[in-house]
Design a protein around this ligand. Structure first.
Ligand code: G6P
Length: 609
């Protein structure tokens, strides 16, 4: 959701701003802009609607040697994507970029209209005008003006502000939207995501909510909104440049799908004991006694993270009948009046660690005294820092908007957490061991599947790209897998794809079957195989255009296409099936010539409500 960058130092600010914005483009990509200042405070502000490439072209015709500036890539909330609504916004002598939502902007706007002629529809321009109002054309220090303004704001923000009157300083602040400060040699960089800093510096300070920093090339001074000084902790960015490059693939999405054997290996590293057939998750910080006492597990996530939680819940409830599992969508759960039973723990699942709805649930559950455990990818992210304990999934940066490798690792990490509870509750090792074996085999099985089926799925995608509607079906663990498959297809190919439990067909979805639809049916050879076959029959009898994905060598119904999965896994086959869905969505989207990595209207990290 919106990306922010900033630079103050000796080098060319435009160069860093544009390269940083390109790295953050996955966060939002409907418009972008930068402002740079020369030594006398003369500004050059360039904006462009659409992808960063448009801004880059403008910059190449307006090259400046300025060595301070701020930039923004936008995901529209208030006001359509346009140059007029693109950041930076200006009021008087100050410029601002903002990520987040100012909830009380209407009231403030009415009051400020006397002093400022608004030129955009954004809430962010209101904040700019408010800061300017307190700045009094430089009579007041910029940092103080920012603090005064922020005290009147309701909502979320990560901001960077510069003034023509002091072209050596950037003021940044955060509440609910991430901001990282990179410390270089004679230069200081800012970004809403550490990936923009990689290759420039490894030293980073993650700003906390309610903090404001005054930044120059050689100094960073952090205070709270109540003017209390903060001594910043400098952390090390471990990610390498190669992790955020396409590495020979046409798209990040394909790279991330194909990376899964290694990314999952990273998730499992040091956490599986094949001799003892046990799992060891240190991060949750729960003693044997605490694990044993757990009676209820709430799993909170959005989008793909929710689907991963739902899938894991089907497994965890198999492990012990002593606990109940409640997977919830964060955007709903945060406003429900749900009763949290005693002895609950909450798994907070988020690739980015910044999703606003998930974060709100985390804070709410914590305030109710529930122990929270993060299943997070982004190291140092807000959720990772606020949970009581957690398991990083360690899949490396996931850049394509559609989440793939994170899903697989989130699901497996949660299944391992379930096994950890089962072990603590004294469940027999003979029951746990087959799951441990399957988990250990999974990276290799994923590799085999990706190598053997890629071409088949590519051909299949060509055949089905003409459809506007798709139905995904699965039963038991294959149902959340079907949900995730449908989500993947709709978000990148714009095919209207919905998933149903196979057993629910007769209660409504069967009415849809006609030549406008195709059906993607997941059919693991499990205890419900025969019942699921009936579902396939029901669709077949109504002239459905069916693709079946199965690991059963017995399957022989005359459907249009069957994708046979050869695997040694028994218990975790649906996770493998999801890879078929991922590849299928990818190849349909490329066959349709659409933007795979940055689908329309979406953003990777949703830091607004
Ligand atoms: C957005 C992304 C999805 C992601 C969801 C949750 O909607 O487009 O791919 O699954 O947010 O993100 P998180 O970072 O919390 O896992």
């Amino acid at each position: 959701m919106c990306g922010i960058v900033g630079y103050v130092g000796e080098k060319n600010a435009q160069d860093f701003l544009i390269s940083g914005l390109k790295r953050l483009e996955y966060r939002g990509y409907d418009s972008s802009g930068i402002v740079t200042l020369d030594k006398n405070g003369k500004t050059t502000c360039l904006k462009s609607k659409g992808k960063i490439a448009g801004l880059e072209a403008k910059i190449s015709k307006n090259k400046r040697s300025d060595s301070i500036g701020i930039g923004h890539t936008r995901w529209a909330t208030h006001g359509e994507p346009s140059e007029r609504n693109a950041h930076p916004h200006r009021s008087g002598k100050i410029y601002l970029v903002h990520n987040g939502i100012i909830e009380n902007y209407k009231v403030l706007k009415t009051k400020l209209e006397k002093f400022h002629k608004f030129t955009s529809d954004t809430d962010s321009e209101v904040l700019t005008a408010l800061i300017d109002h307190f700045y009094l054309d430089g009579e007041y220090p910029l940092t103080n003006a920012v603090v005064q303004a922020l005290k009147l704001i309701h909502g979320t923000y990560g901001i960077a502000v510069v003034s023509e009157l002091n072209p050596n300083e950037i003021v940044v602040a955060r509440s609910g939207s991430p901001l990282v400060i990179g410390i270089g040699h004679g230069e200081t960089l800012i970004a809403s995501d550490a990936s923009a800093l990689i290759g420039h510096t490894r030293k980073a300070i993650y700003l906390n909510d309610g903090e404001v920093a005054t930044i120059t090339a050689k100094s960073v001074e952090i205070k709270t909104l109540d003017s209390q000084p903060v001594s910043a902790k400098v952390e090390t960015i471990k990610t390498d440049l190669t992790a955020i490059q396409k590495g020979g693939y046409d798209h990040f999405l394909l790279k991330e799908i194909m990376e899964q054997p290694t990314s999952l290996t990273e998730t499992l590293r040091g956490r599986i004991d094949l001799n003892e057939k046990t799992v060891h998750l240190g991060g949750p910080n729960l003693s044997e006694k605490e694990l044993k006492a757990i009676k209820h597990v709430i799993i909170v996530g959005c989008g793909t993270a929710y689907n991963a939680g739902l899938l894991a819940s089907y497994y965890i409830e198999q492990f012990t009948n002593d606990i109940t599992i409640e997977p919830v969508m964060a955007s709903e759960y945060r406003y429900r009046h749900a009763h949290v039973p005693d002895h609950s723990v909450a798994l907070i699942v988020s690739q980015s660690g910044e999703t606003a709805d998930t974060l709100a649930c985390l804070r709410d559950l914590k305030s109710q005294g529930v122990k929270t455990i993060g299943i997070v990818n982004a190291i140092g992210s807000t959720i990772a820092r606020e949970v009581d304990g957690g398991t990083y999934i360690h899949v490396g940066p996931e850049i394509s908007v559609a989440s793939t490798k994170a899903f697989t690792s989130q699901a497996v990490a949660m299944i391992m957490f379930g096994l950890t509870i089962a072990e603590a509750k004294g469940i027999k090792n003979s029951f746990i061991a087959p799951y441990v074996d399957d988990i250990a085999k999974l990276p290799n099985e994923i590799d085999n599947l990706l190598q053997s089926l890629q071409e088949t799925i590519k051909t299949l995608a060509e055949q089905y790209k003409k459809y506007d509607h798709a139905i995904y079906l699965g039963r038991d663990v294959a149902y959340p897998t079907a949900l995730e498959g449908a989500l993947k297809l709709k978000e990148i190919s714009y095919i209207d794809a919905n998933a149903y439990p196979t057993g629910e067909l007769k209660h409504g979805p069967l009415a849809l079957i006609d030549d406008r639809f195709f059906e993607f049916i997941l059919l693991p050879e499990d205890g419900l195989y025969d019942k699921s076959i009936s579902g396939v029959q029901e669709v077949l009898a109504r002239g459905g255009h069916i693709i079946v994905v199965t690991d059963s060598t017995d399957f022989s119904l005359p459907v249009e296409n069957t994708v046979f999965i050869t695997t040694k896994l028994k218990l975790l086959t649906p996770i493998l099936m999801n890879l078929v869905s991922q590849l299928f969505a990818y190849y349909i989207t490329t066959a349709k010539g659409l933007n795979v990595d940055q689908p329309r209207n979406l953003a990777k990290s949703v830091t607004v409500e």
